[in-house]
Design a protein around this ligand. Structure first.
Ligand code: NAP
Length: 247
């Protein structure tokens, strides 16, 4: 499905899943903002690749946990690139720790990026979507937000919060023609999995019904569908892309 003049913003496009999502949305015809925070080299490489293919893209930087940075970024995007139609809240962090070892700082950072970040971004784009009476928000949650992970209580709580926020916001903005959904990945082969040893990954794969890690592109296909007009009657839902882990 090809769209012209539809602006998408992908947070964390400098990372594994965000990069794959940005590539797919460009193929779908979205003019795409490639957001990053610290990994400027990665996002510039992606920007060059997509520009060479003839796609209209721009990069934008913000720490999503800071509302002032997010508000300034969205204002800049709206003025210089166009009014956002699609927001993919993908930026996120992970950490494995025993519950009693989680510090105040760990907790606040996790909630700040993974949950407050989704709030900050969604609130900043909302006036543009309400004004046009159309828009789509897709939040990248996690299977651990659905079923909970041992040694990832703060991560699981942040992602459960994202799923709850998605349902509530979907109800509130549906009358304005705006859809809000989650894509909930399982274990996907990106930098985020780099702290796992080969043995850990092999053990994890034994628990996954489809027997392997997911690929970032497989998450991107789900985002592409929910962003499309084919999903026009779907809102407030969580689409799991987890190889069957949450069955
Ligand atoms: P990744 O490769 O580590 O990418 C993470 C992205 O988040 C990076 O682009 C990073 O930007 C951005 N980010 C981190 N902190 C930020 C902040 N304070 N402000 C703005 N951006 C920030 O991880 P990934 O695997 O692609 O993960 C993407 C999303 O999928 C996350 O929400 C994650 O929780 C979710 N997810 C991943 C898996 C998995 O197995 N990989 C499973 C379930 C869910 P910079 O590098 O530019 O700072």
């Amino acid at each position: 499905m090809i769209y012209n003049n539809r602006i998408a913003i992908v947070t964390g496009a400098s990372g594994g899943i965000g990069g794959a999502v940005a590539r797919k949305l460009c193929e779908d015809g979205f003019d795409t903002v490639l957001h990053y925070n610290s990994s400027e080299d990665s996002v510039r490489t992606l920007e060059n690749e997509l520009k060479q293919k003839g796609y209209r893209v721009m990069t934008a930087k913000a720490d999503v946990s800071k509302s002032s940075e997010v508000n300034d970024m969205i204002e800049y995007i709206a003025k210089n690139f166009g009014s956002p139609y699609l927001l993919v809240n993908n930026a996120g962090i992970a950490q494995q720790k025993l519950f009693t070892f989680i510090t105040d700082e760990d907790w606040n950072k996790m909630i700040g990026v993974n949950l407050t970040g989704v709030f900050n971004m969604s609130r900043a784009v909302m006036p543009f979507m309400v004004h046009r009476k159309q828009g789509v928000i897709i939040n990248i949650a996690s299977m651990w937000g659905e079923v909970g992970a041992s040694c990832e209580v703060h991560y699981s709580a942040s992602k459960s919060g994202v799923i709850g926020m998605t349902k509530a916001l979907a109800k509130e903005v549906a009358p304005s023609g705006i859809r809000v959904n989650c894509v909930s990945p399982g274990a996907v082969d990106t930098e985020m999995m780099s702290s796992f040893s080969a043995e850990d990954i092999a053990a994890l794969c034994e628990e996954i019904p489809l027997g392997r890690l997911g690929k970032p592109e497989e998450v991107a296909y789900a985002v592409s569908f929910l962003a499309s007009d084919r999903a026009s009657y779907i809102t407030g839902q969580t689409l799991s892309v987890c190889g069957g882990m949450t069955i």
